[in-house]
Design a protein around this ligand. Structure first.
Ligand code: ZN
Length: 385
């Protein structure tokens, strides 16, 4: 949000409720003065909003804190029995769904094959089917769902809930996906770019817990990313920050899908590796076979390692510019290939500013295929009003 733009009263109230829920998620139970101190809200605002959250069932009393003299103050915590939240991650070849409680516990998850070439209506039908099956398995009712977060390949207009024009997803131009799912499910929904959702998921539950400043790099068929600063997704001027794949690492490098030249995606992504294998060997191989065969094949392993080095160079530049606490590498390449991961992180360390080399942590994503779905579910807590 632009700092000079106005905020109407109801969205301000909703933001403040989210801030209180975040504070309770980060450390429960808390007294009202503790919540006020941690959120920067006034005691009166905390008191009013806590009452509303308690009436709605999201927050409950949790005994008394020790007295500092006078009456013992009441403690508050989230009520895990209040509502459940869905996270759905629509990927190019599968759909991952999670059901979570308000304290961030994973209740159940699923992963089903889905080809985005089947189109948006088929995707909506599958989302609804997954949601209903997961609820039925846990004997829950749709009225117990507080919200659903949907993660899809970007670019997206999160505010309007529209998937704009993701590459590799023909037929998905300007799709009002949030509204389509919301109308079908009859629960409040929000839409987020997959890399942002995954970054947030890793920040809250995965490798990046308790990390204020974090870069998430998703290296798979393409390369994307999400930035977390001060514990929040950083979106930038046009809401599209984090397009790490188009960090330029070689002015004379290969052409990139974006029309530019020498982007890290054109050098270090799955598509780039497939292309370099074809050029070097004359054999067409898909990424899965390349990764499977690379450990026993010197030619393939050299090409995978070189791609990892390319990613490392991009990471070094990003670290120098943004000085994060840590970098998390997700996506199939760093998760499935030890060689790619090691080259990416060693090259990043060699190329970044010396004062950062041993300070910035570089780790693999922990939630694997579930980072984005869990992050989306967590972002759906913002729908509580
Ligand atoms: Zn590019």
């Amino acid at each position: 949000m632009n700092s000079s733009s106005g905020v109407n009263a109801s969205s301000l109230k909703q933001m403040n409720k989210t801030t209180i829920i975040d504070a309770l998620l980060n450390g429960s139970p808390l007294t009202k003065p503790e919540i006020a101190e941690r959120t920067g809200l006034t005691f009166a605002t905390v008191s009013n909003l806590l009452n509303e959250l308690m009436t709605a069932g999201y927050v409950r009393e949790a005994g008394y804190a020790k007295s500092g003299g006078g009456r013992k103050p009441l403690l508050y915590r989230l009520n895990p029995l209040s509502k459940v939240f869905f996270g759905v991650d629509v990927q190019v070849d599968q759909m991952v769904c999670v059901l979570m409680d308000i304290e961030g516990r994973l209740i159940v998850s699923s992963s089903v094959p889905f080809a985005t070439s089947e189109g948006p209506h088929a995707a909506v039908a599958l989302v609804c089917q997954q949601v209903r099956e997961m609820l039925a398995a846990r004997q829950l009712d749709i009225s117990q769902v507080g919200g659903a977060g949907i993660s899809t390949p970007g670019p997206v207009d999160g505010e309007a809930g529209i998937i704009l024009s993701p590459p590799n997803m023909p037929g998905w131009r300007n799709v009002p996906f949030r509204q389509m799912v919301q109308e079908e499910l009859q629960v409040p929904c929000m839409l987020e770019k997959d890399a942002n959702a995954a970054a947030y998921g890793e920040n809250r539950y995965g490798a990046g817990q308790r990390t204020e400043h974090m870069i998430y790099v998703m290296s798979d068929v393409g390369i994307g990313g999400g930035l977390i600063f001060n514990g929040h997704v950083y979106r930038g001027f046009l809401n599209d920050a984090g397009d790490i794949g188009h960090t330029i690492i070689d002015m004379e490098g290969p052409r990139c899908n974006c029309g530019g030249r020498g982007c890290v995606e054109a050098v270090a992504s799955g598509i780039a590796i497939e292309r370099s294998v074809l050029q070097a060997t004359g054999v067409e191989m898909n990424l899965s076979s390349i990764l499977a065969e690379a450990p026993d094949n010197a030619n393939l392993s050299a090409l995978v390692a070189k791609a990892g080095d390319g990613l490392g160079v991009a990471i070094a530049s990003l670290c120098n510019a943004l000085n994060p606490t840590m970098v998390i590498l997700g996506g199939r390449l760093p998760i499935e290939s030890e060689l790619y991961f090691q080259h990416a992180q060693l090259t990043a360390r060699q190329r970044m500013l010396p004062e950062f080399t041993h300070q910035i942590r570089i780790e693999r994503a922990k939630l694997k295929g579930r980072s984005a779905a869990m992050g989306a579910a967590m972002l759906a807590y913002r729908l509580i009003h």
